[in-house]
Write a protein of this length. Structure first.
Length: 364
């Protein structure tokens, strides 16, 4: 959301002691020396984390320092969230003598994973790794949730951020080249004014809602069970446009089979610099930058969460993880806990009116 962008820009409390920061602007070439420095910082931060756990005057918390670090993901293995979690876990392993485990707890639209971490011990050994909408959209779209996104978790750091893209297929013809053309086409073809999304109540769904409200043109969301069938209909001319994570459609855009009408970032994506943003297209409030972040259970001691955030930030900005993220058109993005919290709050506040205006309520 636009509020998220402003909040993250205003946040200046980053990881100065370890050199980690808002890393999305950096395009450093990988170097072996850089990798060695990153690994040393991860080891140092991990040692400090272990020392914190062992020096708390409590036998149970001393034992927690030797536990495996469990990273819980609410999505299946092989998806972007899971793959990024495993890349970061690989970088974290030298810092955790007990090992690092990525655990997929799939079900209830990722809420099973959230509930599991909510009820885990508050000793820093179990973390949630989740996309933003679980914490910022679900509280508005579900009538009841078993968790409170603000009270039940301690935000540690985001790991990465990305943008979405509005993509056109052959249904509209080559004359529709930008958002303005698409809106005009919708006015002229109201029965075909629809867009594909892969999940009701997800961020792509609500990007379409935002465009519909801002343009004054009614657009119908068509929800598909997965990206593959949505892309099949888009490529086959069965539906006009789709809102997707950039990586899903980038090969088709580059091959010329699909056209990028606009991206949702505050600035143009470096992965698709030729595509304008919605802001450039006249929709100044349509800014959506999605993130994936780490959370600990509430009541986890502050010194442990600070050290966890630091070592995770070092891992997320390492050259190996950066290269892996680029395959998903995702950029590293880290913040200190004190800077991450207002980003979450701003996004939570910004999504409320959008979800309400849509009239959407998720099924429990």
């Amino acid at each position: 959301m636009q509020a998220s962008h402003r909040a993250s820009d205003a946040a200046s409390t980053l990881f100065e002691s370890t050199g980690a920061s808002d890393a999305s602007a950096s395009n450093r070439a990988p170097t072996s020396a850089g990798n060695r420095r990153s690994r040393r910082r991860i080891l140092a931060a991990g040692a400090a984390f272990a020392a914190a756990g062992m020096g708390l005057g409590n036998g149970a918390r001393a034992q927690a320092a030797q536990k495996p670090l469990r990273i819980v993901v609410g999505f299946p293995a092989g998806g972007a969230t899971d793959v990024i979690a495993r890349m970061i876990a690989d970088r974290l392993r030298p810092a955790f003598p007990g090992g690092v485990i990525v655990e997929n707890r799939v079900g209830a639209s990722a809420r099973l994973a959230v509930d599991f971490v909510k009820n885990a011990e508050s000793d820093g050994s179990t973390l949630l790794f989740t996309p933003d909408f679980i914490m910022t959209v679900y509280p508005h779209s579900f009538r009841r949730l078993a968790y409170d996104a603000q009270r039940d978790f301690v935000p540690l750091t985001p790991s990465s951020r990305s943008t979405l893209v509005l993509t056109a297929g052959p249904l509209m013809g080559d004359g529709v080249r930008n958002v303005g053309d698409f809106v005009q086409w919708c006015r002229e073809h109201p029965k075909q004014a629809s867009y594909a999304t892969t999940s009701p109540g997800g961020t792509p769904h609500f990007v379409g809602v935002m465009l519909s409200r801002a343009s004054g043109v009614e657009m119908t969301a068509v929800h598909y069970k997965g990206g593959a069938p949505a892309l099949q209909d888009l490529l086959g001319g069965q539906i006009a446009v789709s809102v997707n994570p950039l990586a899903e459609v980038l090969p088709y855009i580059r091959s010329g089979r699909l056209r990028a009408l606009a991206t949702t970032g505050a600035t143009r994506s470096r992965f698709l610099p030729e595509a304008p943003t919605f802001v450039e297209s006249g929709y100044r409030d349509l800014v959506v930058e999605t993130w994936i972040g780490f959370f600990a259970p509430a009541r986890t001691p502050a010194d442990i969460t600070a050290r966890l955030a630091r070592v995770i930030a070092e891992a997320a900005t390492s050259d190996e993880v950066r290269q892996g993220m680029e395959k998903f058109a995702i950029e590293p993005y880290v913040l200190a806990p004190a800077a991450f919290a207002p980003v979450i709050r701003a996004d939570l506040d910004a999504w409320g009116p959008v979800v309400k205006a849509s009239g959407f309520t998720a099924e429990d």
